[in-house]
Design a protein around this ligand. Structure first.
Ligand SMILES: *Cc1c(COP(=O)(O)O)cnc(C)c1O
Length: 429
């Protein structure tokens, strides 16, 4: 399939935008080829600049839980925009969305809105440090928490390692207060908290890690993390930027029955507009300015148009029994794809949590820790990706990214997906 308009746009983009993109994964580096420039989205479809249509399993990386251009969301955005796009003063939409978040998520009483998931996590960590008077934070290898300096840290091997920046431009001292642990390892966790617990402000985790494929955790591990953080007076932060309002109304916390101290949100909560949020009990949130001494602010925070988009998205999910339908869609895609994967010419494993799924090309099956994929498997994924794209299926352009379903998907979409996947697996072998 040729994409002359995307190619022209990409050439122009590369002249004026580094790498031609405003977020690196969009550049198709992991799979090769030219990124498609998208002209519009319709329900479960993307339409590129050359007018070609794709069944979309990326959903803008999570926000579009209702699909593209959902009429109710677009109406809400349009109506809000007509009243003015930003005031730099409070508006009713902030209260309405905050009330919905507080009612939905276990254990939280207050929420503050920001404009991205990165900002939400950054602010939650500052707040946790203020509330505990401690400096250290713990993250897990393979969990992504946005691109704040102190969180751009790769894992070391074995037990607790000192954080080493995984990006140029992050001075080592900036990550000196970050500890990185492997997922799925209670012993390493217990050892670190035993040693440094009194200096640790917060442990942050994606309860359903979805940024290194889908690394489903054992409940016992997450329960142990909850138990030990509580015992050491460490705040547990669930980064629910992907899982929040996707896996359940109350996110992964509700699904797992484990309540964190603080939670961060993004993606679904803005329904496709830039919104992030962090939330917790009143006693902790009170440390934030203007009531408290932990500073945090944003020119476009609580933006009326973005709030309207988030409210409309959550309302549709509630009224259409969205989370139950997403679960059935997830089960349906699993039923359609499993038989195809069982016949695949190389090992591919289906991993799923609700409306998130991942094709793991790891030989051994579904990993629970952030193991790198062998070169050959990554190359295979690149061929698989392009073979799907050629059949009108848009999968994430990286073997480490999960697929997203939306309420716009239909069970009838999964039969053509299964056929396309069968061909693509043969082509990728
Ligand atoms: C996407 C993501 C972020 C960062 O959100 P942005 O809006 O891209 O800044 C943080 N945490 C998790 C778990 C994410 O998936």
């Amino acid at each position: 399939m040729s994409h002359p308009r995307s190619e022209q746009l990409y050439a122009r983009a590369r002249a004026v935008i580094p790498g031609g993109v405003n977020s690196p994964v969009r550049a198709f580096r992991a799979v090769g080829g030219t990124p498609l420039f998208i002209a519009r989205g319709e329900g479960q479809y993307l339409i590129d600049a050359d007018g070609q249509r794709y069944l979309d399993f990326v959903g803008s990386w999570g926000p579009l839980i209702l699909g593209h251009a959902h009429p109710q969301v677009i109406r809400a955005i349009t109506a809000a925009a007509a009243q003015g796009t930003t005031f730099g003063a409070p508006c009713a939409g902030e209260v309405e969305l905050a009330e919905r978040v507080v009612a939905a998520y276990p254990g939280i009483e207050q929420v503050r809105f920001v404009s991205s998931g990165t900002e939400a996590v950054m602010s939650a960590i500052r707040l946790a440090r203020a509330a505990t008077g401690r400096d250290l934070i713990v993250k897990f290898s393979g969990c992504y928490h946005g691109h704040a300096d102190h969180l751009l840290v790769a894992a070391g091997s074995g037990l607790a390692t000192f954080g080493r920046p995984s990006s140029a431009g992050v001075p080592e001292p900036f990550t000196a207060c970050t500890r990185v642990l492997p997922l799925d390892d209670e012993a390493a966790f217990e050892e670190l908290l035993g040693r440094e617990g009194a200096r640790i402000a917060a442990v942050i985790i994606e309860p359903v890690p979805a940024n290194h494929g889908l690394l489903l955790q054992r409940r016992e591990f997450l329960e142990r993390v909850r138990e030990l953080t509580r015992r050491h007076g460490v705040l547990l932060i669930f980064d629910e930027v992907i899982s929040g309002f996707r896996l359940a109304r109350g996110g992964a916390a509700e699904r797992l029955g484990i309540t964190p101290d603080l939670a961060t949100f993004g993606k679904v909560i803005g329904g496709g507009l830039p919104v992030g949020a962090f939330a917790g009990p009143r006693a902790v949130m009170a440390r934030l300015a203007p009531d408290g001494d932990a500073y945090q602010a944003g020119t476009l925070s609580g933006n009326p148009v973005a709030m309207a988009s988030g409210i409309a998205t959550l309302d549709v999910l509630v009224h259409e029994n969205g989370w139950q339908r997403l679960e059935s869609l997830g089960a349906a895609v699993e039923a359609a794809l499993r038989p195809v994967l069982a016949r695949a010419p190389f090992p591919v494993h289906f991993v799923r949590a609700g409306s998130l799924f991942w094709l793991s090309l790891h030989e051994a099956g579904a990993p629970r820790t952030a193991a790198p994929l062998p070169e050959a498997a990554s190359a295979r994924y690149g061929r698989l990706f392009h073979a799907l794209l050629g059949q009108g299926i848009y999968f994430p352009p990286s073997a480490y990214e999960a697929c997203f379903l939306s309420l716009a998907h239909r069970e009838a979409d999964f039969e053509p997906l299964a056929r396309a996947l069968e061909h693509a697996l043969a082509a990728a072998a």
